[in-house]
Write a protein that binds this ligand. Structure first.
Ligand code: RIB
Length: 333
């Protein structure tokens, strides 16, 4: 196999987050299920924005957050996703390339605007997201660069890609190309409601061997197997997935490979939990950095836990410190 250019090539929705604090009463009034991601249209996006308190805008998007984290660890990453040639699209491109991630997907010159995710953060740090997909809906198979995919150790795909109509074909093409080249395919389940929408397809991807590494949090995994029992869900995923990294919030994580279970505690958070947005994305960043740089699974999970703890200590889903230095300071690299 030829040497890889990238550790990870990620394909995902290119989104700018609009983040504001809120309270439980607002969520209830607006019919928003706490902790979930729901899709909204442009009219609803404008209404919601009008009702939100003071907000900050910051680049987001689940897979993009993961790649930004991977870059911060010193990994080599590329992103595929669609923005429009508008100010938010330019900001998204600036932020991801500024952390060293290659992003060559051209911006759509016209049509709907760059995607926005309205992130409402309650006092307990939980985030509730409403996403207007905008320009992401134009992502298609034509955006998949065969050479880049084949030259990446891992192709990382977000479950949210099942929402924009043409993106799942891009997803399937990238996965097939990666396997043709002897590379690995990773999938994050993204959100328990997303799992509810596409459960059968996600299970088929696992059972057909289209996915080599699965990322899920406890609610996503329980949704996948339609059980309230996380231990039962872990045993089920052990049968279906070659390798799974399951995050369990304050309980840390468990890495599942055949009969092996590697449990790693949550890393301590510096101060209080401010905003849980991006916790799973940054866990995946650390894990994939370790995995693609030949560290053992336990160390990879420790890097994931460290990155997740950093991102929930502040507002926004991208790291605010150099993760490589942080990991070196903790003796993990
Ligand atoms: O996982 C968090 C991300 O999901 C949504 O896609 C938001 O953009 C946010 O940054």
């Amino acid at each position: 196999m030829t040497p890889a250019k990238y550790d990870v090539l990620g394909i995902g929705n290119a989104i700018v987050d609009v983040i504001a604090r809120t309270d439980e009463a607002f969520l209830a009034r607006e019919g928003l299920a706490k902790g979930s991601m729901s899709l909204i249209d442009e009219a609803r996006a404008e209404t919601l924005y009008g009702m939100m308190g003071p907000a900050i805008e910051a680049s987001g998007g689940s897979a993009a957050n993961t790649l930004a984290g991977l870059g911060s660890f010193g990994g080599r990453a590329a992103f595929v996703g669609r923005v429009k040639a508008d100010p938010l699209g330019q900001a998204f491109r600036h932020d991801i390339t500024a952390v060293g991630v290659d992003f060559d997907t051209p911006a759509a010159p016209d049509g709907v605007s760059t995607a926005r995710c309205f992130v409402l953060v309650t006092p307990d740090g939980e985030r509730t997201m409403s996403t207007y997909l905008g320009a992401c809906q134009a992502l298609s198979v034509d955006d998949i660069d065969e050479a880049a995919v084949k030259s990446s150790k891992v192709v990382y795909l977000e479950g949210y890609l099942w929402d924009p109509p043409a993106a799942k074909e891009a997803f399937r093409k990238a996965a097939a190309l990666a396997h043709e080249a002897g590379r690995k395919v990773a999938l994050t389940l993204s959100d328990s409601f997303c799992v509810d929408r596409y459960r059968a397809e996600f299970l088929a991807l696992l059972r057909d061997g289209d996915v080599d590494i699965l990322f899920a949090n406890d609610s996503e995994l329980k949704a996948l197997y339609e059980t309230g029992d996380i231990d039962a869900a872990v045993e089920a995923v052990a049968r279906d997935a070659k390798l799974a990294a399951v995050t369990l919030g304050a309980e840390g994580c468990v890495i599942v490979q055949g009969d092996e279970r590697i449990r790693v505690p949550a890393a301590p958070v510096d101060g209080e939990i401010v905003d849980k947005t991006g916790a799973g994305d940054l866990f995946a960043a650390g894990f994939l950095y370790g995995y693609t740089n030949d560290l053992d699974l336990k160390r990879a999970a420790e890097l994931g836990s460290l990155a997740a703890a950093e991102v929930i200590s502040h507002v926004g889903a991208r790291p605010q410190v150099d993760l490589r230095s942080l990991a070196q300071g903790r003796g993990l690299l």
